[in-house]
Write a protein that binds this ligand. Structure first.
Ligand code: FAD
Length: 638
């Protein structure tokens, strides 16, 4: 359940939010908006401090009803010298409902447009890190749901400003104790400014002990004082290695090899941060590889132990949904219909056990047992085990790739087959098979799916463990009112997509065959029959309706090659660093989940490059970023 909030009469439109858990009000006697502006923004010298910076990273303890975020976002939007990227990271152990967040903003009409956008993204807030994206990716809110100390340990960035908020120290001492404040200090650089409304002696002592220099400043009556400070310890802070390894760097030039989901997402994430990106591809048009799949599913993976794959897939699904919503045409490029997962071999009891005990509402936003009506719509019965994924959708991958390549700062170049990389004094050249230079830049990202190992081998002898897996889908046109088709996609062992708009009407599509180490793109009649057999297990009634199409020339096919890793997670990491510091990265191995993983990998890559807050917990990010090194610094320098 979301946190219970009581709204007390105070003469305002919304009322005053009160927490029965902490027996305290959410807002100061000043009202939340004045506190946000005077105590936090002004207390951290904003907006002046962020002017003409490429990005600004704010850390807040206690998201509450999100007013500090909304006020900061509004100030960023109003500032013509704003940074290109605003990161706002906030911890919250007891997230409020989206409805309460919106209600709290009702009293401030200028914040309402921002609050409505925030409210729309406040769903599925299970414990862990959630990345919410606004302003086409230029305002990034990272919500860390859980105990502040534990969540701060899962972050690896240096904050530029810190807002210390939360219920009053006597009511919620944990968030003000020396352990939490030391965890905050670990996220600071020398000069990071902090601000808070409490001047409690214990808080001041804990802050001083953590390395902050403090000063009291006059408050707005009736409040006498606020606290401002700066991280400037008299000792040399012991920064973990990753802090030095991820020094924020300036945007430069980058060549991305591969114009599929992986390459398109990387190009867009870097370009949003100010990089000039050239995307090369062997094909004559973008999405010429597996990303040319006519339509694919974006659906969270579910497992009883909520495995790394499951958690990463949810983070990826959220990010891709935001991209689809911002960039694609609903109904023709994608549709958030929800997806039924028929567990032909398992049962719907395989939802994570922890979800049943608590967090039921947030969990149900992601996945829950299918209802009788949903089963019936799919021609299944109450005895069939099935999950319903309310946020899942179908997407045409090529539309997303093209939208990403349209990001300002991205240049696309087709008919460009890369054969190797060569180091220069300040970057890398991409060469074709004849040794001619196709492009050069300060950085290269290899996102060429099964073409990646050969390219990577030209800079790093360690082999990339990637496997080609052929897949064929079967499709045919259908009438708008075709009987026997569900209204939404169904997956499980295979998948069915009904009602997908094509150039000459609606289509259904059934997928997909799965043949390892097979790179043949020819359409095979035997694979059509395999797909029909899959449908017979998945949706017997629908299979009976569609079977006749398989005996006519109506049936058509598309085949592509997935690029998979042994562990079913993508591979993302730096594989070479030249003497100049110019790096080569690989972003590949999307397997059967390119729609779930491409945007996530791209944001992780960009976050690592710029020392930004991560879109997932640090430990999860490491599952995607295996140590592919050693970097060949010395060899390349020779
Ligand atoms: C039948 C089938 C069904 C699928 N269903 C789904 C689904 O429902 N949901 C889902 O999320 N995913 C699905 N997938 C997986 C998804 O399509 C992939 O994960 C995704 O498209 C991979 O994107 P990518 O950019 O890594 O690779 P690709 O799209 O293959 O892009 C790689 C690009 O690199 C280029 N390239 C290669 N070598 C070179 C070189 N040397 N020089 C220049 N360019 C080069 C290629 O031309 C290609 O354009 C399916 C895949 C198949 C085959």
């Amino acid at each position: 359940m979301p946190e219970r909030i009581e709204w007390l009469e105070d003469g305002t439109e919304s009322g005053a939010p009160y927490s029965p858990r902490f027996d305290d009000r959410y807002r100061s006697e000043l009202g939340g908006i004045e506190q946000a502006r005077e105590v936090f923004l002004a207390g951290c010298g904003l907006p002046a401090a962020w002017r003409d910076q490429s990005q600004w990273r704010i850390l807040e303890t206690g998201f509450g009803l999100g007013l500090n975020f909304l006020v900061t976002w509004a100030a960023w939007k109003a500032d013509s010298s704003r940074p290109k990227l605003l990161h706002f990271v906030s911890t919250e152990a007891y997230p409020a409902s989206a409805a309460d967040v919106l209600r709290s903003a009702l009293a401030h009409p200028d914040l309402l447009p921002f609050a409505l956008q925030l409210q729309a993204q406040l769903w599925g807030l299970l414990p862990g890190v959630h990345r919410l994206v606004f302003e086409c990716g230029h305002v990034l809110l990272t919500l860390c749901i859980g105990d502040a100390k534990a969540m701060l340990k899962q972050q690896r960035f240096e904050a530029d400003s810190v807002y210390l908020d939360g219920f009053s120290p006597p009511k919620n001492p944990d968030i003000w104790d020396v352990h939490t404040l030391k965890a905050v200090a670990r996220c600071c650089r020398r000069g990071t400014r902090i601000a808070t409304w409490t001047i409690a002696r214990a808080v001041r002592e804990a802050l001083t002990q953590s390395g902050f220099i403090l000063k009291k400043t006059p408050g707005i009556p009736p409040k006498r004082d606020n606290l401002r400070g700066e991280y400037n310890p008299p000792w040399e802070p012991k920064k973990p290695v990753h802090h030095t390894a991820t020094q924020a760097r300036r945007p430069a030039t980058c060549v991305v090899i591969g114009a599929g989901l992986a390459g398109g997402a990387v190009a867009s994430s870097l370009a949003r941060r100010g990089w000039q990106v050239t995307v090369l591809d062997a094909a004559s048009a973008p999405a010429g590889g597996a990303s040319g799949l006519p339509v694919g599913l974006l659906v969270p993976h579910v497992s009883p132990d909520d495995s790394q794959l499951s958690r990463l897939s949810r983070s990826g699904v959220r990010l891709t949904l935001q991209q689809a919503d911002a960039l694609l045409d609903r109904g023709s490029d994608w549709d958030p219909t929800g997806v039924l997962e028929h567990r032909t071999e398992g049962s719907s009891k395989s939802l994570p056990r922890a979800w049943a005990q608590s967090w039921t509402d947030a969990a149900a936003d992601w996945s829950h047992a299918a209802t009788a009506a949903q089963l019936e719509f799919a021609g299944l019965t109450n005895t069939d085990a099935a999950l319903w994924h309310p946020r899942a959708c179908w997407i045409k991958p090529a539309s997303l790739v093209n939208a990403w390549l349209n990001t300002p700062g991205v240049t696309w170049q087709g008919n460009a087959t890369a054969a190797s990389l060569a180091v220069t004094h300040d970057g890398w050249q991409v060469l074709d098979v004849a040794g001619s230079v196709l492009a050069e830049a300060a950085m290269v990202v290899i996102a060429a799916a099964t073409g990646s190992p050969a390219l990577a081998a030209s800079v790093n002898p360690l082999p990339l463990a990637l496997q080609a897996v052929r897949g064929q889908v079967s499709w045919a046109q259908h009438e708008a009112e075709q009987q026997g088709l569900p209204r939404f996609p169904v997956n499980g062992h295979g998948s069915l997509f009904p009602g997908i708009p094509g150039p000459s009407g609606l289509r259904w599509m059934i997928g997909s065959s799965y043949q390892r180490d097979d790179e043949d793109l020819a359409i095979r009649p035997a694979d059509h029959l395999e797909n029909l057999a899959r449908l017979q297990a998945l949706l017997p009634a629908t299979a009976a309706t569609l079977a006749s199409a398989f005996r006519t020339e109506k049936i058509q096919g598309w085949a592509g090659i997935r690029c998979a890793t042994p562990g079913r997670l993508p591979v993302l990491g730096r594989i070479a660093t030249a003497a100049s510091g110019a790096e080569v990265w690989v972003c590949s191995g999307m397997g059967s989940r390119g729609l779930s993983f491409a945007a996530l990998c791209a944001e992780l890559l960009a976050a690592q490059l710029h020392g930004e807050p991560l879109p997932v917990e640090y430990q999860l990010s490491q599952a995607l970023m295996p140590r592919l090194r050693p970097a060949l610094r010395s060899a390349l320098a020779a």
